[in-house]
Design a protein. Structure first.
Lengths: 219, 219
């Protein structure tokens, strides 16, 4: 599959711009667990996801994590090319969550396309707005929603993403997604288990009562 | 003062674009406490601040607030025109914090400028990135920093903004800035007072030991 089938506004590019993208973009793949982008330590380029799943998260000085959003097929990752936009003053990590194939567009190539083409610049604006919206959603969750509701919500989302009610997830991993400590997760999962919402076994959380979990998350 | 002196990339607009802006932008003023923009309830337009100070915040269902960022002279407010960008899926409130004068640019006019001009689109991208960075900073504070450090930081920032160490701020108001309950603020301020960092009187927080407060905020 060529980049013309993945680049979102291909038809709005001139022939010269299409040629530039075709010549400069490279295809890559990476396996689960690979850290593709590590804050301001690199400026890899824009990632255009062909298959698999990426996770964007932030990292505290003490090594705590919180998941900001996920990227799926046809999603574009701007922040792995954040050197391109001087006003971006934060560091994001990008990790492969399910084996992935993706195009890499060099930051200077994309920057020159944004400067030439208002279509590319406006598309970039929409992508940025979408990511901003996801982070604002998370902010509201963290600020206003209690941890039991957030955890219920997280388990339901994972279940949809993986298409199963048997979630292969350690408490440590859940803590890393949610920006909290492992003990906090363990305590709440045990409470969920005592209420019959989930059952716990080594490295697995099984959803036992989806309806009740949903009711909790929406309360 | 005409809009040509406030619009950030005036020289990069064509004559026709400059004429359109001059004809369609209107000047307005509002006094402290006025809510200029109320989430998705309106699409006022872009605000270009001439003087004064605006505050952008989010509001929970229960009426709790948290300040996202402030806007000062020459800052542009995109989110009062969020109808312009379809991917913006969150509601922000904008309130006048110090009596303000500003230009209002109609959303459809700005949208057409973004479509015509990659310079305007890229400038908008930089503004969005800057706001995104401020929200990410706040997110990191909320996630990783304990409340005593955040409060110390907030008091120091307010002191710089108002150019005084006598902050005219109720505990309720501080709570609204920080997304917490009044009691939490009162408890921590009393602790700060007992440590000699501040002194409290009705509606006033006086900074008594700036160095110690700074040390706390940076720890």
């Amino acid at each position: 599959m060529s980049i013309s089938q993945y680049f979102p506004i291909w038809d709005q590019l001139t022939q010269a711009q299409q040629d530039l993208l075709t010549a400069s973009a490279s295809k890559a793949q990476a396996t689960k667990g690979t850290v593709l982008h590590n804050g301001s330590a690199d400026c890899l380029g824009l990632l255009l996801v062909c298959s698999g799943q990426l996770r964007a998260y932030i990292l505290s000085d003490e090594g705590r994590e919180i998941t900001l959003y996920r990227l799926f097929e046809r999603d574009m990752c701007l922040f792995s090319a954040s050197c391109m936009l001087q006003s971006i003053q934060f560091d994001i990590q990008i990790e492969v969550e399910k084996d992935a194939e993706f195009w890499i567009i060099p930051p200077d190539v994309y920057k020159s396309l944004m400067e030439q083409s208002s279509a590319v610049a406006n598309y970039t604006n929409e992508v940025m707005s979408a990511r901003f919206s996801e982070v604002m959603w998370l902010m509201e969750q963290v600020m206003w929603k209690s941890f039991d509701k957030r955890l219920a919500d997280f388990l339901l989302q994972e279940s949809v993403l993986d298409g199963t009610d048997q979630l292969v997830l350690t408490h440590e991993k859940i803590a890393n997604h949610m920006g909290t400590a492992r003990e906090v997760v363990t305590r709440m999962l045990r409470y969920f288990q005592s209420e019959g919402l989930v059952s716990l076994s080594r490295g697995v959380v099984k959803i036992e009562n989806e309806a009740a979990l949903r009711q909790l998350s929406e309360r």
